[in-house]
Design a protein around this ligand. Structure first.
Ligand code: COA
Length: 260
């Protein structure tokens, strides 16, 4: 695997773990982080052997937002380049064929929450804190949160977070549907790894198609989205994994999927 300076990427069986690794600055997102992350994601997306990706942060933070020291020196033209790089990175993350779980430890602010929002599932440690504090810096979120947060938790909660910039505790994030689950701090990685292992055992073609149908369908009319579900359901009947999955059930054994 490529060697990076601001992230680490480790593969264990079929699960890849990407760790944001600038703990001195609470893993703030610099341009280098975005470029390294994008490179890593493109590699993971084309690696059929990787079935699940987990994202987390080194030290006491998931990501405390965009790198403010770097942003402070930018003009509008450079800000566009930074925002467009961030969007490319977040779209690549959202569109990865594999499921992605954010294991959120500590601060998950600004761009950090935007990264978590582009993941499929968010599991938070009890002490995690969330927020979109950009307006105190005189800007708005620029890596997708105005849209992804609004689609996940609704416009009212998104506006409250952006207009006040307030930090939200994990329990409140759970109550508003921003995260899937909250676990004691010491159990975060075990919980996430357990979930990843469970996903690895499922039919991989089915799982990837389910992700595509959900992600694409949300941007379509209900009629078109339901049609997409029917077409995908039907297509899966022609796959070896579908035959193996159903045969294994009838023979009362575990399926031996090939991912085809
Ligand atoms: N960009 C650049 N550096 C950052 C950063 C960011 N987003 N967030 C934290 N850091 C740096 C701090 O400047 C500090 O560096 P220093 O030791 O050289 O002074 C280091 O990380 C530790 O942060 P510190 O503020 O001392 O920790 P804390 O526990 O007192 O506070 C936060 C933690 C997250 C509340 C605080 O760092 C913060 O508000 N960060 C900015 C969050 C933000 O606005 N994000 C959105 C950006 S669009």
């Amino acid at each position: 695997m490529a060697s990076y300076t601001t992230i680490t990427l480790v593969k264990d069986a079929h699960t890849a773990l990407l760790t944001f690794n600038r703990p001195d600055v609470l893993n703030a997102l610099s341009t280098t982080v975005a470029n390294e992350m994008l490179d890593a994601l493109l590699g993971i997306g084309s690696d059929a052997d990787t079935r699940v990706l987990i994202l987390t942060g080194a030290g006491r933070s998931f990501i405390a937002g965009a790198d403010i020291s770097e942003m402070a020196a930018k003009d509008a033209h450079e800000a566009r380049i930074y925002s467009e790089l961030g969007h490319r990175c977040m779209n690549t993350l959202q569109d990865l064929p594999q499921p992605v779980i954010a294991a959120v430890n500590g601060f998950c602010l600004g761009g950090g929450l935007e990264v978590a929002l582009a993941c499929d599932i968010r599991i938070a440690a009890e002490s995690a804190q969330f927020g979109l504090p950009e307006t105190i810096l005189g800007i708005i979120p620029g890596w997708g949160a105005t849209q992804r947060a609004a689609r996940l938790v609704g416009t009212a909660k998104t506006k409250e977070m952006i207009f006040t910039g307030a930090r939200i505790k994990a329990a409140e994030a759970l109550a508003m549907g921003l995260v899937n689950r909250v676990v004691p701090d010491g159990h975060l990685m075990d919980t996430v790894r357990g979930m990843a292992e469970q996903m690895c055992r499922q039919g991989q073609t089915a799982l990837r198609n389910a992700k595509t149908v959900i992600n694409r369908g949300i941007g379509l009319s209900l009629d078109k989205a339901l049609r997409l579900e029917i077409d995908t359901f039907v297509d899966l009947f022609d796959t070896p994994d579908r035959r193996e999955g159903m045969r294994a059930f009838l023979e009362k054994r575990k399926p031996d999927f090939t991912g085809a």
